[in-house]
Design a protein around this ligand. Structure first.
Ligand code: FE2
Length: 429
């Protein structure tokens, strides 16, 4: 009856010890005890089984380019952009494809099967778009890759920014991007929001804007983005990435802004690793954290999902395609350490991101796609604490990655001892 059964699984919603029946590429049963499968069985041994992680904000054209052609000495966003500008003319399609595929392999092993990547369209050669469109096709059997046309040097500010973005969309890039805080003036930034939302409305595409990635409290392009979203009827299809200026904004202004964002149904994408690394760089002490107001945005009903943004590139020398690392940082920076807070953070890495990305058939319910991850942890809270091994990753009902559990052998006395960090579980009251 079932092609595969995952036995004794703990589910993200807290249900423990359930069997998940899979027929073909769909989840067809979730019950305490299912009859034997005609095919394979996989024992989750009381571990968490989750839908795969989704990364709604990444830069796959820059990933794994760390040190090319040199390191970022100041560690700032602006030196990162300048450094990327040095590397860009040297990029080849072959090298871009090679790095992106290596990253996708890493992502699969971490249970990350849905990625939205920005693609820099500033270089009119558009070799980045060409390469990542090829990668999108090559990884399609196991990773859903969405691509955003991203005018890194400014839609108006770059010499051929307007035309390049249009050409990238003509080539088949999926989403309209922008960077209003990097335009020459506030006015240009606001104009770009109008122009980019108009393009999205005309072409029937979603929008994802690098918006207000600055500590300047007067950087208020999110207001223009929300207003243009409503004007063009794009509610629910627009994402505001970063929004770090909201950290520093006047509280009274924010009390008007958040309801406007909610009216526009803006999907909010903070990038905790990058925000805590790059923001506050002009401060002495105290230094601002620079991440947007996650708790308040969630409380207002906005869909908040977290992105990784960078892994080993001109902006960030760390990262490992691990969305739990992103969630772990989010808990700290947003100071969301309570049990209910952590559940919300896990949702932000999975179901909220799936909503941002408009994924169909995503989830752990009957009828959903049999795309699943078995983790070496008992539940979502332990997963966020431990960032554990992804024991198995399934796509369309087939195991596509297996990793041995992390078990340490201790030799402290005559009696050898084993420690399974994923089962070293402290019950909560
Ligand atoms: Fe980004």
């Amino acid at each position: 009856m079932f092609d595969l059964i995952i036995r004794n699984a703990n589910l993200p919603d807290g249900r423990q010890g359930f069997d998940i029946g899979i027929s073909g590429c769909k989840i067809t049963a979730i019950e305490k005890t299912l009859p034997a499968a005609s095919g394979e069985e996989l024992d989750a041994t009381g571990r968490l089984v989750s839908p795969p992680f989704c990364d709604p904000h990444f830069h796959m054209d820059a990933t794994l380019s760390l040190g090319m052609p040199r390191m970022n000495v100041s560690g700032t966003l602006l030196e990162g952009i300048a450094l990327w500008g040095e590397l860009r003319p040297l990029l080849t399609k072959e090298a871009l494809v090679d790095r992106a595929l290596r990253y996708c392999d890493m992502a699969v092993s971490q249970g990350l099967l849905y990625i939205r990547s920005h693609v820099d369209t500033s270089d009119p050669r558009l070799v980045t778009a060409e390469a990542l469109i090829e990668v999108r096709e090559r990884v399609a059997p196991y990773i859903t890759l969405q691509l955003v046309a991203f005018p890194q040097d400014g839609y108006y500010r770059a010499p051929e920014g307007v035309a390049s973005l249009e050409r990238a969309l003509d080539m088949g890039i999926d989403i309209v991007g922008g960077i209003p805080h990097f335009e020459r003036t506030m006015e240009d930034g606001a104009r770009s929001m109008e122009a980019l939302c108009r393009i999205a409305a005309e072409r029937g595409l979603p929008v994802d804007i690098h918006c207000d990635e600055t500590d300047d409290p007067m950087s208020r392009h999110i207001e223009s983005l929300a207003a243009q979203t409503i004007r063009f009827g794009l509610q629910g299809r627009v994402a505001g990435s970063h929004l770090t200026s909201m950290h520093s904004m006047d509280n009274y202004y924010v009390s008007k802004l958040i309801p406007l964002m909610a009216e526009a149904e803006i999907n909010v994408i903070p990038n905790p690793l990058i925000n805590i690394m790059l923001q506050g760089r002009h401060d002495t002490y105290p230094k601002r954290r620079g991440m947007t107001r996650v708790r308040e945005l969630m409380a207002a009903g906005l869909n908040v999902s977290f992105g990784q943004d960078c892994t080993m590139d001109p902006w960030y020398s760390m990262g490992s395609a691990d969305m739990l690392e992103v969630g772990h940082m989010a808990i700290h920076v947003a100071q969301m350490g309570g049990i209910e807070d952590k559940k919300k953070i896990f949702d932000a890495l999975t179901i909220n991101s799936a909503k941002t990305m408009g994924l169909e058939g995503y989830g752990l319910d009957i009828g959903c796609n049999a795309d699943l991850v078995v983790l070496q942890a008992a539940d979502v809270i332990e997963a966020l604490r431990l960032k554990p091994t992804r024991l198995a990753v399934l796509k369309a009902g087939k195991v596509i990655s297996r990793t041995a559990p992390r078990i340490s052998q201790l030799f402290l006395d005559e009696r050898p001892q084993q420690i399974d960090i994923g089962a070293d579980y402290v019950p909560r009251v």
